[in-house]
Design a protein around this ligand. Structure first.
Ligand code: NAI
Ligand code: 15L
Length: 282
């Protein structure tokens, strides 16, 4: 596939880009940076989660992703979507079902109906969380989700593939490692991604022609990694930051036991979160 990234000038690119999950951690960090990707940014999150103050190029449209009609109206008029919205940690299945399973179905159906050209889906490293930290995988590796959350992200990737193969809606699924201001522990020394690198990857994901459905691991240029992005080379993404700048601070905290899942498995603590309370007998 040809690599040709058009760096958009301010207000360039798409006509109207939808940003879901805009009130979340990543959403708040990138909200104002995505303005350069489209003439208008439609900002969305759960009702009550967003303040109503919007810049001249923003529209604020609250929406519960589990509400099919509301999502259809949310997507109408948009030609690209950055989909960050949803439950972002391991939770009981019923919560994951609403936001992440029904929510992704609603989003892709609306995208098909309204002719959306490109979606960037915030997938997660927890799609492959049961690989060991001494294994190196690429996007062709068999999925090994580490919980209901990981399963929901795997479902989202499958919806992306289906909607490309059947309807031509293109998606870049970013299997995000850990996008925070800094790595919080030793595991994140391998998984960390800076907001700046995430923003650059978004640009590649939105503007590289002919991505079909591409899966890319979202990580900075860390000294040590478990993931190989050769399958996404056509995106031309070159991270610039590294977790090394935080090593002394991270290693000043007591290390976990060598056999603790956070030391052994790529998904870390997610691999042992749950089971949740069983349904009470009737
Ligand atoms: P976050 O939890 O801070 O933000 C998610 C947002 O989605 C929240 O503002 C929440 O209100 C919204 N949301 C939840 N349920 C919703 C629903 N039913 N309808 C509409 N909105 C709903 O998560 P964060 O860290 O900003 O992550 C953004 C996305 O990236 C998430 O999809 C997460 O799964 C994914 N991701 C994030 C990683 C990270 O390191 N921050 C790592 C891997 C994936
Ligand atoms: C995720 O998928 C979560 O959304 C985020 O909160 C982090 O825990 C991240 O993975 C991680 O694996 O560090």
């Amino acid at each position: 596939m040809a690599h040709q990234l058009d760096a958009p000038a301010t207000g360039g690119g798409f006509t109207r880009l939808l940003l879901t999950g805009a009130a979340g951690g990543i959403g708040r960090a990138i909200r104002h940076r995505v303005a350069e990707f489209a003439s208008c940014i439609r900002i969305s999150d759960l009702p009550g989660a967003l303040s109503s103050d919007a810049s001249a190029s923003e529209e604020v449209v609250p929406c519960d992703l589990a509400d099919r009609q509301a999502v259809d109206a949310l997507v109408a008029g948009c030609d690209a979507i950055v989909h960050l919205g949803g439950v972002s940690v391991e939770r009981p299945f019923e919560e994951i079902l609403e936001a992440n399973i029904k929510g992704v179905f609603n989003l892709y159906e609306a995208a098909r109906r309204h002719g959306v050209k490109r979606i960037v889906f915030a997938s997660s490293n927890h799609v492959t969380g049961f690989y060991r930290q001494d294994e190196r995988i690429d996007a062709t590796a068999r999925k090994r989700p580490d919980g209901y959350y990981g399963v929901s992200k795997s479902f989202g990737e499958d919806m992306a593939q289906l909607y490309f193969d059947r309807y031509g809606v293109e998606t870049v699924s970013i299997r995000i490692g850990s996008v925070f201001s800094e790595p919080k522990d030793r595991r994140m020394m391998a998984t960390w991604m800076s907001y700046d690198d995430f923003h650059k990857l978004l640009q590649c994901a939105l503007f590289t022609p002919q991505v079909g459905h591409t899966i890319v691991f979202g990580m900075s240029a860390n000294a040590y990694t478990w993931w190989d992005n050769r399958e996404a080379a056509h995106l031309g993404f070159e991270p610039r930051d590294s977790s090394e700048q935080f090593r002394a601070k991270v290693e000043a905290t007591p290390p976990p036991a060598a056999d603790d899942p956070v030391s052994v498995l790529q998904g870390g603590a997610f691999t042992v979160t749950g089971p949740f309370d069983p349904v009470a007998p009737v």
